[in-house]
Design a protein around this ligand. Structure first.
Ligand SMILES: [Zn+2]
Length: 362
């Protein structure tokens, strides 16, 4: 009891006491750093216990001096606890004025994956050992950043296209069933096939960097069956009959005609290998501008800075144009070139242009 009385006498700084106590409770629940926890959370408790416990008080007074006893409390760094606690508290709630999207700013353990652009990104924990070329054995897969294609994404694609239907059987297990796509039924054979091929190829192109992209074999086989069923509904016959009619040398083959003669198209069969490099190409050109970047456009030919006739590097190319290809006699080199290329224009350097003009006058 005496301890409590002394304690009450001592506590002139009531507000600091209260604030420190609040900071202490806050730190008790939030501080993760071990050293700080011992210093600011556990040590003060021990000191306070020693102070309030009658036996330890008697020991202090007997061994040392009554004066020392009061000073035990001073060893509790109340000011520090309060300051540190307050800083921690406000740092935790500080706002920077930036709004971060919770979806895009995913902070997670690397063993768990983060979804970004429909890829799952994770760090491999594989302990598998690989024998290197120099004969050494090494764990080369551990800690490597990997990309994975989420299964629900291609499953969702199948559902979105209407190529499958998922039902649950008696035991609650999912059953995936390929379905015919009614909307494609009225198209021509080659249109249906091209549509399916484009969809399969499109998804593969997108996920070709993923380690498990070969899973798309499953996607592809469901798509193929859906296509067979679409053909079946179109011709009102069984899938077996469709296979008999269209499968040649083990490939689903559709004949079609072009200006150049009859051709054949087959269902996608080039596999789903993982690619190490992303596809290059016109990824930075928006679809609406693609029509302007044709290799044979006047602008591109003029920009190439190479004379189409003599091949010389030249800054100021000129477009030479004729009215009709029929009028060309094939007497000069430029006429032969135009007829060969089937073009009424040639981007030429000024000297070649002068030559052409001369030849036309004669
Ligand atoms: Zn030239």
């Amino acid at each position: 009891m005496e301890s409590l009385v002394i304690f009450k006498l001592y506590t002139g700084l009531k507000y600091l006491m209260a604030l420190s106590l609040a900071a202490w409770v806050y730190l008790l629940f939030t501080e993760k750093n071990k050293a700080l926890r011992i210093m600011l959370v556990y040590a003060p408790v021990i000191v306070a216990a020693l102070f309030l416990f009658p036996l330890s008080r008697k020991a202090f007074v007997a061994l040392l001096d009554g004066e020392i006893y009061y000073r035990v409390l001073w060893t509790i760094p109340m000011g520090i606890i309060f300051c540190y606690g307050a800083c921690r508290f406000f740092a935790g709630h500080r706002k920077l004025g930036l709004t971060l999207s919770a979806e895009k700013t995913k902070i997670t353990n690397t063993a768990q994956c983060a979804r970004f652009l429909n890829y799952d990104i994770y760090v491999s924990r594989s302990q598998d050992i690989k024998r290197l070329k120099n004969g050494k054995r090494q764990r080369v897969y551990y800690g490597v950043v990997k990309l994975r294609m989420p299964q629900e994404k291609w499953a969702a694609k199948l559902l979105e296209l209407g190529a499958i239907r998922i039902s649950k059987d008696v035991s609650g297990k999912e059953r995936w069933k390929a379905m015919p796509r009614g909307k494609l039924m009225n198209r021509t054979d080659i249109e249906i096939l091209s549509r399916y091929n484009a969809e399969v190829r499109g998804l593969y192109n997108y996920y070709s960097l993923a380690g498990n992209v070969s899973t798309l074999n499953h996607f592809s086989s469901l798509m193929k069956y859906s296509m067979l069923k679409t053909f079946g509904s179109k011709y009102r016959c069984q899938v077996r009959k469709i296979k008999e009619r269209y499968v040649k040398n083990g490939e689903f083959t559709v004949p079609y005609t072009t200006k150049a003669g009859p051709k054949e198209a087959i269902y996608y069969h080039s596999g789903f290998r993982k690619q190490d490099k992303p596809q290059l190409g016109q990824v930075d050109i928006l679809d609406i501008y693609k029509k302007y970047s044709k290799p044979n456009s006047l602008a591109t030919r003029l920009r190439s800075k190479q004379c189409e006739l003599c091949g010389a590097e030249c800054g100021g190319l000129v477009m030479h144009q004729v009215k009709r290809l029929k009028d060309l006699t094939g007497q000069y080199e430029w006429e032969i070139l135009m007829r060969k290329r089937h073009r009424k224009t040639l981007a030429v350097c000024p000297s070649c242009h002068a030559e052409i003009q001369n030849s036309m006058k004669s």
